[in-house]
Design a protein around this ligand. Sequence first.
Ligand code: TRP
Length: 334
Amino acid sequence: MLNDKKILFSGMQATGNLTLGNYLGALKNWVTISDEYETFYSVVDMHSITVRQDPAELRKRARTLLTLYIAAGLDPEKNCIYYQSHVSGHAELAWILNCFTYMGELNRMTQFKDKAAKHADNINAGLFTYPVLMAADILLYQTDVVPVGVDQMQHLELTRDIAQRFNSIYGDVFTIPEAYIGKVGAKIMSLQDPSKKMSKSDENVNASIYLMDDPDTIIRKFKRAVTDSEACVRYSEEQPGIKNLLDIYCACTGKTPAEAEKEFEGKGYGDFKLAVGESVVGVLKPLQDRFHDLTKNKDYIDGVIKNNSEKANYFATKTLRKVQKKVGFPERIR
Ligand code: TRP
Protein backbone atom coordinates (compact mmCIF):
# COMPACT_ATOMS: atom_id res chain seq x y z
CA MET A 1 0.00 0.00 0.00
CA LEU A 2 0.94 3.61 -0.41
CA ASN A 3 1.10 4.29 3.30
CA ASP A 4 1.51 2.46 6.57
CA LYS A 5 -2.15 2.14 7.29
CA LYS A 6 -3.64 -1.27 7.82
CA ILE A 7 -6.10 -2.51 5.25
CA LEU A 8 -9.78 -2.82 5.99
CA PHE A 9 -12.32 -4.55 3.78
CA SER A 10 -16.06 -4.81 4.11
CA GLY A 11 -19.05 -5.19 1.85
CA MET A 12 -22.79 -5.08 1.79
CA GLN A 13 -25.30 -6.70 -0.46
CA ALA A 14 -27.53 -4.57 -2.60
CA THR A 15 -30.60 -6.61 -1.83
CA GLY A 16 -33.59 -5.14 -0.07
CA ASN A 17 -33.90 -1.63 1.25
CA LEU A 18 -31.25 -0.70 3.76
CA THR A 19 -32.59 -0.25 7.27
CA LEU A 20 -31.67 1.87 10.24
CA GLY A 21 -30.13 -1.35 11.60
CA ASN A 22 -27.73 -1.55 8.65
CA TYR A 23 -26.86 2.09 9.13
CA LEU A 24 -26.34 2.19 12.91
CA GLY A 25 -24.90 -1.32 13.01
CA ALA A 26 -22.48 -1.07 10.10
CA LEU A 27 -22.36 1.90 7.75
CA LYS A 28 -22.08 4.58 10.44
CA ASN A 29 -19.29 2.61 12.01
CA TRP A 30 -17.49 2.27 8.69
CA VAL A 31 -17.39 6.05 8.49
CA THR A 32 -16.08 6.43 12.04
CA ILE A 33 -13.18 4.04 11.56
CA SER A 34 -12.37 4.90 7.94
CA ASP A 35 -9.61 7.42 8.70
CA GLU A 36 -7.49 4.89 10.52
CA TYR A 37 -7.34 2.42 7.65
CA GLU A 38 -6.79 2.04 3.95
CA THR A 39 -10.32 0.97 3.17
CA PHE A 40 -12.15 -1.05 0.54
CA TYR A 41 -15.93 -0.87 0.79
CA SER A 42 -17.53 -3.03 -1.83
CA VAL A 43 -21.06 -3.34 -3.12
CA VAL A 44 -21.01 -7.12 -3.35
CA ASP A 45 -23.36 -7.60 -6.27
CA MET A 46 -21.85 -10.97 -7.20
CA HIS A 47 -23.04 -12.35 -3.87
CA SER A 48 -26.56 -11.14 -4.62
CA ILE A 49 -27.19 -13.48 -7.52
CA THR A 50 -26.96 -16.55 -5.28
CA VAL A 51 -30.67 -15.89 -4.98
CA ARG A 52 -32.77 -14.85 -7.98
CA GLN A 53 -32.79 -11.14 -8.71
CA ASP A 54 -34.60 -8.94 -11.12
CA PRO A 55 -31.74 -7.56 -13.28
CA ALA A 56 -32.96 -3.97 -13.57
CA GLU A 57 -33.77 -3.92 -9.88
CA LEU A 58 -30.37 -5.29 -8.87
CA ARG A 59 -28.58 -2.71 -11.01
CA LYS A 60 -30.61 0.08 -9.49
CA ARG A 61 -30.12 -1.11 -5.93
CA ALA A 62 -26.40 -1.53 -6.44
CA ARG A 63 -26.10 2.09 -7.55
CA THR A 64 -28.29 3.23 -4.68
CA LEU A 65 -26.12 1.39 -2.20
CA LEU A 66 -22.91 2.80 -3.64
CA THR A 67 -24.41 6.29 -3.48
CA LEU A 68 -25.52 5.67 0.10
CA TYR A 69 -21.97 4.80 1.11
CA ILE A 70 -20.99 8.29 -0.01
CA ALA A 71 -24.08 9.97 1.45
CA ALA A 72 -23.30 8.34 4.80
CA GLY A 73 -19.98 10.16 4.82
CA LEU A 74 -17.41 7.92 3.16
CA ASP A 75 -15.20 10.12 1.00
CA PRO A 76 -14.67 8.20 -2.25
CA GLU A 77 -11.30 9.88 -2.73
CA LYS A 78 -10.06 8.22 0.43
CA ASN A 79 -12.17 5.08 0.55
CA CYS A 80 -12.23 2.65 -2.32
CA ILE A 81 -15.97 2.35 -2.93
CA TYR A 82 -16.63 0.00 -5.82
CA TYR A 83 -18.73 -2.77 -7.34
CA GLN A 84 -17.45 -6.28 -6.75
CA SER A 85 -18.49 -7.26 -10.29
CA HIS A 86 -16.15 -4.63 -11.75
CA VAL A 87 -13.10 -6.43 -10.42
CA SER A 88 -12.75 -9.80 -12.12
CA GLY A 89 -10.11 -10.86 -9.61
CA HIS A 90 -12.86 -11.69 -7.10
CA ALA A 91 -14.19 -14.48 -9.29
CA GLU A 92 -10.75 -15.66 -10.35
CA LEU A 93 -9.44 -15.91 -6.82
CA ALA A 94 -12.68 -17.50 -5.66
CA TRP A 95 -12.16 -20.31 -8.16
CA ILE A 96 -8.67 -20.99 -6.89
CA LEU A 97 -9.80 -20.87 -3.26
CA ASN A 98 -12.64 -23.27 -4.07
CA CYS A 99 -9.91 -25.81 -4.67
CA PHE A 100 -8.58 -25.20 -1.17
CA THR A 101 -11.91 -25.43 0.63
CA TYR A 102 -13.53 -28.65 1.78
CA MET A 103 -17.13 -29.62 1.22
CA GLY A 104 -17.31 -30.48 4.90
CA GLU A 105 -16.34 -26.95 5.85
CA LEU A 106 -19.01 -25.42 3.63
CA ASN A 107 -21.57 -27.91 4.90
CA ARG A 108 -21.12 -26.52 8.37
CA MET A 109 -21.99 -22.94 7.42
CA THR A 110 -25.15 -22.02 9.26
CA GLN A 111 -26.04 -19.25 6.83
CA PHE A 112 -26.05 -21.76 3.98
CA LYS A 113 -28.41 -23.99 5.91
CA ASP A 114 -30.71 -21.06 6.64
CA LYS A 115 -30.69 -19.78 3.08
CA ALA A 116 -31.12 -23.25 1.60
CA ALA A 117 -34.18 -23.73 3.77
CA LYS A 118 -35.54 -20.36 2.69
CA HIS A 119 -34.88 -20.91 -1.03
CA ALA A 120 -35.55 -24.62 -1.26
CA ASP A 121 -36.39 -24.33 -4.97
CA ASN A 122 -32.99 -22.86 -5.82
CA ILE A 123 -30.19 -24.41 -3.79
CA ASN A 124 -27.51 -23.59 -6.32
CA ALA A 125 -23.77 -24.21 -6.08
CA GLY A 126 -23.15 -20.46 -5.76
CA LEU A 127 -25.18 -20.39 -2.57
CA PHE A 128 -23.02 -23.21 -1.27
CA THR A 129 -19.68 -21.63 -2.20
CA TYR A 130 -20.75 -18.12 -1.22
CA PRO A 131 -18.31 -18.12 1.72
CA VAL A 132 -15.43 -18.84 -0.65
CA LEU A 133 -16.28 -15.78 -2.71
CA MET A 134 -16.36 -13.83 0.52
CA ALA A 135 -12.93 -15.22 1.41
CA ALA A 136 -11.68 -14.10 -2.00
CA ASP A 137 -13.08 -10.59 -1.41
CA ILE A 138 -11.14 -10.30 1.78
CA LEU A 139 -7.89 -12.01 0.81
CA LEU A 140 -7.60 -10.26 -2.55
CA TYR A 141 -6.70 -6.99 -0.83
CA GLN A 142 -4.37 -8.44 1.80
CA THR A 143 -6.91 -7.29 4.34
CA ASP A 144 -5.89 -6.89 7.98
CA VAL A 145 -9.28 -6.18 9.48
CA VAL A 146 -12.88 -6.91 8.57
CA PRO A 147 -15.75 -5.25 10.40
CA VAL A 148 -18.51 -7.84 10.36
CA GLY A 149 -21.55 -8.66 12.39
CA VAL A 150 -21.81 -11.85 14.42
CA ASP A 151 -23.78 -13.48 11.61
CA GLN A 152 -20.68 -13.30 9.39
CA MET A 153 -18.13 -14.46 11.96
CA GLN A 154 -18.30 -18.07 10.80
CA HIS A 155 -17.47 -16.95 7.26
CA LEU A 156 -14.54 -14.90 8.52
CA GLU A 157 -13.23 -17.88 10.49
CA LEU A 158 -13.42 -19.96 7.32
CA THR A 159 -11.55 -17.23 5.44
CA ARG A 160 -8.76 -17.41 7.98
CA ASP A 161 -8.63 -21.21 7.72
CA ILE A 162 -8.42 -21.10 3.93
CA ALA A 163 -5.70 -18.43 4.04
CA GLN A 164 -3.68 -20.37 6.58
CA ARG A 165 -4.03 -23.56 4.58
CA PHE A 166 -2.86 -21.82 1.43
CA ASN A 167 0.04 -20.13 3.22
CA SER A 168 1.17 -23.36 4.80
CA ILE A 169 1.54 -24.87 1.34
CA TYR A 170 2.90 -21.90 -0.63
CA GLY A 171 4.50 -19.57 1.91
CA ASP A 172 3.29 -16.18 3.07
CA VAL A 173 0.91 -15.24 0.32
CA PHE A 174 -2.11 -13.95 2.21
CA THR A 175 -2.40 -11.66 5.18
CA ILE A 176 -4.50 -13.42 7.80
CA PRO A 177 -7.48 -11.14 8.43
CA GLU A 178 -8.94 -10.41 11.83
CA ALA A 179 -12.43 -9.39 12.81
CA TYR A 180 -12.58 -5.71 13.60
CA ILE A 181 -12.80 -5.36 17.30
CA GLY A 182 -13.32 -2.05 18.90
CA LYS A 183 -16.28 0.17 19.01
CA VAL A 184 -18.77 -2.00 17.20
CA GLY A 185 -22.03 -0.66 15.91
CA ALA A 186 -25.26 -0.96 17.79
CA LYS A 187 -27.32 -4.07 17.21
CA ILE A 188 -30.77 -2.81 16.32
CA MET A 189 -33.79 -5.04 16.79
CA SER A 190 -37.19 -5.14 15.10
CA LEU A 191 -39.62 -2.48 16.31
CA GLN A 192 -42.39 -5.08 16.34
CA ASP A 193 -40.50 -7.97 17.91
CA PRO A 194 -37.42 -6.94 19.91
CA SER A 195 -36.17 -10.54 20.04
CA LYS A 196 -35.48 -10.39 16.28
CA LYS A 197 -32.87 -8.34 14.44
CA MET A 198 -34.20 -5.43 12.37
CA SER A 199 -34.11 -6.85 8.87
CA LYS A 200 -34.46 -5.52 5.36
CA SER A 201 -36.48 -8.60 4.45
CA ASP A 202 -39.02 -8.35 7.28
CA GLU A 203 -42.53 -8.72 5.90
CA ASN A 204 -43.95 -6.31 8.43
CA VAL A 205 -42.98 -2.83 7.19
CA ASN A 206 -43.58 -1.42 10.66
CA ALA A 207 -40.80 -3.60 12.05
CA SER A 208 -38.03 -1.74 10.23
CA ILE A 209 -37.08 1.85 9.60
CA TYR A 210 -35.80 2.14 6.05
CA LEU A 211 -33.11 4.69 5.34
CA MET A 212 -35.38 6.38 2.84
CA ASP A 213 -38.47 6.56 5.06
CA ASP A 214 -39.81 10.10 5.27
CA PRO A 215 -40.04 11.84 8.67
CA ASP A 216 -43.78 11.18 9.12
CA THR A 217 -43.36 7.49 8.44
CA ILE A 218 -40.45 7.30 10.86
CA ILE A 219 -42.39 8.98 13.66
CA ARG A 220 -45.44 6.80 12.98
CA LYS A 221 -43.40 3.60 13.11
CA PHE A 222 -41.85 4.61 16.42
CA LYS A 223 -45.26 5.44 17.85
CA ARG A 224 -46.31 1.88 17.00
CA ALA A 225 -43.15 0.26 18.33
CA VAL A 226 -43.72 -2.60 20.75
CA THR A 227 -42.92 -1.75 24.38
CA ASP A 228 -44.25 -3.22 27.64
CA SER A 229 -46.46 -2.37 30.59
CA GLU A 230 -43.68 -1.31 32.97
CA ALA A 231 -44.27 2.35 32.15
CA CYS A 232 -40.69 3.25 32.90
CA VAL A 233 -37.77 3.99 30.58
CA ARG A 234 -35.03 1.73 31.83
CA TYR A 235 -32.11 0.07 30.09
CA SER A 236 -32.65 -3.55 31.05
CA GLU A 237 -32.86 -6.98 29.48
CA GLU A 238 -36.30 -7.35 31.02
CA GLN A 239 -37.59 -4.55 28.82
CA PRO A 240 -36.24 -5.53 25.41
CA GLY A 241 -38.48 -3.14 23.46
CA ILE A 242 -37.47 -0.14 25.56
CA LYS A 243 -33.84 -1.23 25.54
CA ASN A 244 -33.87 -1.32 21.74
CA LEU A 245 -35.39 2.14 21.58
CA LEU A 246 -32.73 3.38 23.99
CA ASP A 247 -30.01 1.83 21.84
CA ILE A 248 -31.39 3.65 18.83
CA TYR A 249 -31.73 6.91 20.72
CA CYS A 250 -28.19 6.68 22.09
CA ALA A 251 -26.69 5.77 18.72
CA CYS A 252 -28.44 8.78 17.16
CA THR A 253 -27.69 11.32 19.87
CA GLY A 254 -24.36 10.11 21.23
CA LYS A 255 -25.85 9.97 24.73
CA THR A 256 -25.23 7.10 27.13
CA PRO A 257 -28.11 4.87 28.29
CA ALA A 258 -27.75 6.30 31.80
CA GLU A 259 -28.08 9.86 30.51
CA ALA A 260 -31.11 8.87 28.45
CA GLU A 261 -32.78 7.08 31.39
CA LYS A 262 -32.41 10.24 33.41
CA GLU A 263 -33.79 12.42 30.66
CA PHE A 264 -36.98 10.35 30.47
CA GLU A 265 -37.45 9.80 34.19
CA GLY A 266 -41.11 10.20 35.06
CA LYS A 267 -42.10 10.60 31.41
CA GLY A 268 -44.48 8.35 29.52
CA TYR A 269 -43.68 6.05 26.64
CA GLY A 270 -45.47 8.41 24.26
CA ASP A 271 -42.99 11.23 24.88
CA PHE A 272 -40.09 8.83 24.82
CA LYS A 273 -41.06 7.24 21.50
CA LEU A 274 -41.54 10.65 19.93
CA ALA A 275 -38.07 11.71 21.07
CA VAL A 276 -36.54 8.53 19.67
CA GLY A 277 -38.32 9.09 16.36
CA GLU A 278 -37.11 12.67 16.21
CA SER A 279 -33.54 11.65 16.95
CA VAL A 280 -33.71 9.22 14.03
CA VAL A 281 -35.16 11.85 11.71
CA GLY A 282 -32.30 14.12 12.79
CA VAL A 283 -29.82 11.55 11.52
CA LEU A 284 -31.62 10.26 8.45
CA LYS A 285 -32.93 13.52 7.01
CA PRO A 286 -29.45 14.98 6.29
CA LEU A 287 -28.35 11.61 4.91
CA GLN A 288 -31.36 11.54 2.58
CA ASP A 289 -30.70 15.12 1.45
CA ARG A 290 -27.09 14.26 0.62
CA PHE A 291 -28.27 11.13 -1.18
CA HIS A 292 -30.72 13.09 -3.35
CA ASP A 293 -28.09 15.70 -4.19
CA LEU A 294 -25.66 12.97 -5.18
CA THR A 295 -28.13 11.16 -7.40
CA LYS A 296 -28.59 14.39 -9.37
CA ASN A 297 -24.89 14.39 -10.11
CA LYS A 298 -24.59 11.42 -12.46
CA ASP A 299 -21.16 12.36 -13.79
CA TYR A 300 -19.72 12.57 -10.33
CA ILE A 301 -20.97 9.12 -9.33
CA ASP A 302 -19.84 7.68 -12.67
CA GLY A 303 -16.39 9.13 -12.02
CA VAL A 304 -16.27 7.53 -8.58
CA ILE A 305 -17.25 4.17 -10.07
CA LYS A 306 -14.61 4.40 -12.78
CA ASN A 307 -11.71 5.61 -10.65
CA ASN A 308 -12.32 3.31 -7.75
CA SER A 309 -12.79 0.20 -9.84
CA GLU A 310 -9.41 0.97 -11.41
CA LYS A 311 -7.89 1.36 -7.99
CA ALA A 312 -9.45 -1.86 -6.70
CA ASN A 313 -8.37 -3.72 -9.84
CA TYR A 314 -4.82 -2.54 -9.38
CA PHE A 315 -4.51 -3.99 -5.87
CA ALA A 316 -6.55 -7.09 -6.67
CA THR A 317 -4.39 -7.96 -9.65
CA LYS A 318 -1.25 -7.71 -7.57
CA THR A 319 -2.47 -10.44 -5.23
CA LEU A 320 -4.02 -12.50 -7.99
CA ARG A 321 -0.82 -12.67 -10.06
CA LYS A 322 1.11 -13.81 -7.04
CA VAL A 323 -1.44 -16.53 -6.29
CA GLN A 324 -1.58 -17.70 -9.91
CA LYS A 325 2.18 -18.02 -9.98
CA LYS A 326 2.21 -19.96 -6.71
CA VAL A 327 -0.31 -22.54 -7.87
CA GLY A 328 1.58 -23.10 -11.12
CA PHE A 329 -0.28 -21.19 -13.83
CA PRO A 330 1.98 -20.30 -16.77
CA GLU A 331 3.56 -16.88 -16.85
CA ARG A 332 1.96 -14.19 -18.96
CA ILE A 333 3.96 -13.13 -21.99
CA ARG A 334 3.93 -9.37 -22.47
N1 TRP B 1 -21.63 -11.86 3.31
C1 TRP B 1 -21.72 -10.51 3.79
C2 TRP B 1 -23.16 -10.26 4.26
O1 TRP B 1 -24.08 -10.85 3.74
C3 TRP B 1 -21.36 -9.51 2.74
C4 TRP B 1 -19.94 -9.67 2.34
C5 TRP B 1 -19.50 -10.22 1.19
C6 TRP B 1 -18.81 -9.30 3.09
N2 TRP B 1 -18.15 -10.20 1.14
C7 TRP B 1 -17.69 -9.65 2.29
C8 TRP B 1 -18.62 -8.72 4.35
C9 TRP B 1 -16.41 -9.45 2.75
C10 TRP B 1 -17.33 -8.52 4.79
C11 TRP B 1 -16.22 -8.89 4.01
O2 TRP B 1 -23.36 -9.42 5.11
